[in-house]
Design a binder for this molecule. Structure first.
Ligand code: HEM
Length: 477
């Protein structure tokens, strides 16, 4: 028989009145409290890290805003277990953007692993990434060394340099180059790719963001109704044209996997522009801001480690050299822990379930929507201690440190686990961590230290360089 503490409890919390409470909660989420406070205050109110709450956007886009929120490191991983949760049509949560934004197809991110197309598309992406693995480091170095040269000239001209703006243009070029060997800027897209991509992203994510406009404008425009897809169809067509011409090899592979070429092309576009480009738009400013905030002494430690490993590798940035950079690796994981670029995860209970938090076991019914706000789980003080909310750059160094990696969840799975065709973990996991490390490496091969101002942006962090100190030793001094 179960011990008393193991007897499943009712999940505490309240959804309030239909419509009215969901709208009130949405206003709390966006304007009155902000995201972190919205969740933390409800955990406090009900004395539980598993609570019933409404999530945005609510009326009139989501037909049901009610979820069971899992807000600690112990309960959160239920969302990774595809034997327990169904992941169909809930990539963006309680609403789903129109499939006319994705060529009429439900793309991989919206598919449950039980749907046969899921494995085929995910396999296509694994094959693409494997076939291009030797292109990532040189492409990154080319595009981001040129970005840093621009930062330096902007600093000379105006004393500041907006990293996000440069990153938006550079990441788009880098991904096209790395995945397909075709620069978007050399295609018919010219330099319009990043703007077209950003507009298309907004059409899918507007229910979840605020642009900082008065709420009287934002509520009806962004949070209550879908923006009409036809207003972005020209931009999407132009992006699609690039993919059907640049990705012929990947599309040939897709056909051998049994995928329809058109469906594969829309999926490649989504994985490249939404998952990869959308991810890098948030990831790289996030990492940069944390490294900036860690200060000069930490910069010195990074520079020493990075330069020694690169020198050992004959002055080259190689995979083997990157593997040796324990502090650099740790700092990137720490940034991903504190600022996971994708903060919300969802899953629908496949059966009646028991969910365990640190303190209790809760009963959830089949069909209920589970939701995780990742920063609450990855900043759990019961796992990361008194410094849980702080950037500790060497947190994951050494044997003890690496034991904590299982609690890093940014990829929709534990950092110690791997994506597969049977799960929903991000297939870009290794690439994302690689790119994060490459940014830090590029910075400290070039600079001894730097300073930057940090603010907030539409989807994450905004970073503006204010000074860089050129390297006085090492391969690039
Ligand atoms: C899935 C995060 C980059 C392709 C996911 C999920 C997360 C995530 C959290 C799971 C979403 C869910 O089901 O709830 C990120 C972040 C990235 C990034 C933060 C960058 C910073 C990439 C890249 C690719 C990619 C580079 C390129 C292949 C995908 C795909 C899925 C996915 C296709 C759906 C997986 C499936 O259906 O099994 N990603 N990702 N992502 N990601 Fe990534």
């Amino acid at each position: 028989m179960a011990s008393p503490s193991r007897v499943p409890k009712e999940v505490p919390g309240s959804y309030g009145f239909p419509y009215v409470s969901a709208i009130r909660d949405r206003l709390d989420f966006y304007y009155n409290q902000g995201q972190d406070k919205y969740f933390e205050s409800r955990v406090e109110k009900y004395g539980s890290t598993v609570v019933r709450i409404n999530v945005p956007p609510g009326p009139f886009m989501a037909h049901d805003p009610r979820v069971v929120a899992v807000l600690d490191a112990k309960s959160f991983p239920v969302l990774f277990d595809v034997t327990k949760v169904e992941k169909k049509d809930l990539f963006t949560g309680t609403y789903m953007p129109s499939t006319s934004l994705t060529g009429g197809y439900r793309v991989c991110s919206y598919l449950d692993p039980s749907e046969p197309t899921h494995a085929k598309v995910k396999q296509m992406l694994f094959s693409l990434l494997a076939s291009r693995k030797d292109a990532f480091i040189p492409a990154f170095r080319t595009h981001f060394s040129s970005l840093l040269a621009t930062v330096e000239s902007q600093l000379v001209l105006s004393g500041k340099s907006d990293f996000n703006a440069l990153n938006d243009a550079t990441s788009f070029e880098f991904i096209g180059d790395a995945y397909f060997g075709v620069l978007p800027s050399a295609s018919e897209l010219g330099t319009t790719g990043p703007t077209k991509a950003a507009k298309w992203l907004i059409w899918q994510l507007h229910p979840l963001v605020t642009l900082g406009l008065p709420k009287i404008l934002e509520e009806p425009l962004l949070h209550s109704f879908h923006l009409p897809p036809f207003l972005v169809s020209g931009d999407y067509k132009a992006l699609h044209k690039y993919f059907s011409a640049a990705a012929t090899k990947a599309l040939d592979t897709a056909e051998t996997l049994g995928l329809n070429r058109e469906e594969a092309c829309h999926n490649l576009l989504f994985a490249t522009v939404f998952n990869s480009y959308g991810g890098l738009k948030v990831l790289l400013p996030g990492i940069l801001s944390r490294i900036a905030g860690a200060g000069e002494k930490f910069h010195q430690r990074l520079a020493t480690e990075i330069r020694a490993a690169v020198e050992d590798a004959g002055g080259k940035v190689t995979m083997a050299a990157l593997e040796k950079m324990e502090l650099t690796k740790s700092a990137v994981w720490e940034a991903l822990r504190l600022d996971p670029p994708v903060k919300f995860q969802y899953g629908r209970a496949k059966t009646d379930l028991e969910i365990e938090s640190h303190d209790a076991v809760f009963a959830v019914k089949k069909g209920e929507m589970l939701f995780g706000y990742q920063p609450c789980a990855t900043k759990d003080p019961r796992v990361f201690g008194a410094t849980a909310a702080e950037f500790v750059g060497d947190r994951f160094v050494g044997e003890e440190g690496s034991k904590l990696l299982q609690y890093v969840y940014w990829s929709n799975g534990r950092e110690t686990e791997s994506p597969s065709v049977g799960n929903k973990q991000c297939p870009g996991k290794n690439l994302v961590v690689l790119v994060g490390r490459l940014l830090v490496v590029e910075l400290f091969l070039r600079y001894d230290t730097f300073t930057a101002g940090v603010g907030t942006d539409l989807l994450g962090t905004k970073v503006e360089f204010s000074a860089v100190t050129k390297a006085t030793s090492g391969p690039e001094a």
